[in-house]
Design a protein around this ligand. Structure first.
Ligand code: B16
Ligand code: MG
Length: 219
């Protein structure tokens, strides 16, 4: 039977906009200062992971144990650098085709929400001029548990009053696909099919993608 989603929940970083490179720059600077090596492969594992979870990953990699106040200070410093990098962002940094796809969903009556681990998600949506397209924004400020916990997506589905099985999650992170599956959502990967092999199917991006293709893949 044909599957028609009632709602689509989008991750932000790496799905709608390429902020992953700015997170990487921020964490890399901090790791360098601490004398800890931090590679692009390490960064891959941090996609979808909360700010505190990301810092813990780096400290663990370097075998560093720090007190809480120092950790808070380091996170603030990384975030200030991240904010400096994103402050000049515009709609030009949105991934090709994603806004057209969202607009197609809205025109077809499919609800659209955001499910991001980032506390900066509302700011990024504003900077890119797309905040008004999301009826609900669940972000790092409104969740207790980070991906792969499904909380961020369950809150979105709950807002709409839909069962997870009727909602599709779009994610670029392994932890995000796991969160979607843990919550019993339909899960579409955006990015590398090898990395995101747990997703029901993977698209490279939204160019040339549309609702009919989504329905066809998920039926
Ligand atoms: P912030 P997403 C995640 O956003 C990023 O993928 C991850 O790299 C970042 O550490 C996390 O947000 C927290 O971000 O420091 O801005 O609160 O992919 O879930 O949209
Ligand atoms: Mg992401």
């Amino acid at each position: 039977m044909a599957f028609t989603p009632k709602a689509c929940l989008f991750d932000l970083d790496g799905v709608i906009v390429d902020t992953a490179k700015y997170h990487f720059t921020g964490w890399k600077r901090l790791a360098d200062e601490l004398g800890i090596s931090f590679t692009e492969e390490d960064n891959e594992q941090l996609k979808g992971v909360s700010r505190v979870g990301s810092l813990e990953f780096i400290l663990q990699k370097g075998g560093l144990v720090l007190d809480n106040d120092t950790k808070v200070r380091l996170m603030e410093r990384k975030n200030s650098q991240y904010l400096e990098l994103v402050e000049t962002m515009t709609a030009a940094e949105l991934f090709p085709g994603v806004v057209e796809f969202i607009d197609e969903l809205l025109a077809a009556g499919v609800k659209v929400g955001l499910g991001s681990s980032s506390r900066n998600a509302p700011l990024i949506l504003e900077l890119c001029g797309i905040a008004d397209r999301f009826e609900v924004v669940v972000d790092g400020n409104s969740i207790t548990f980070s991906k792969p916990d499904p909380e961020v997506f369950l809150k979105g589905a709950h807002y709409f009053g839909f069962a997870p099985k009727d909602c599709v999650v779009f994610e670029d992170a392994v932890s995000g696909i796991q969160a979607a599956l843990n919550g019993k959502f339909r899960a579409v990967g955006v990015g590398n099919p090898q990395t995101l092999s747990q997703a029901e199917f993977v698209i490279q991006g939204f160019e040339g993608f549309n609702l009919a293709k989504l329905e066809q893949h998920l039926s």
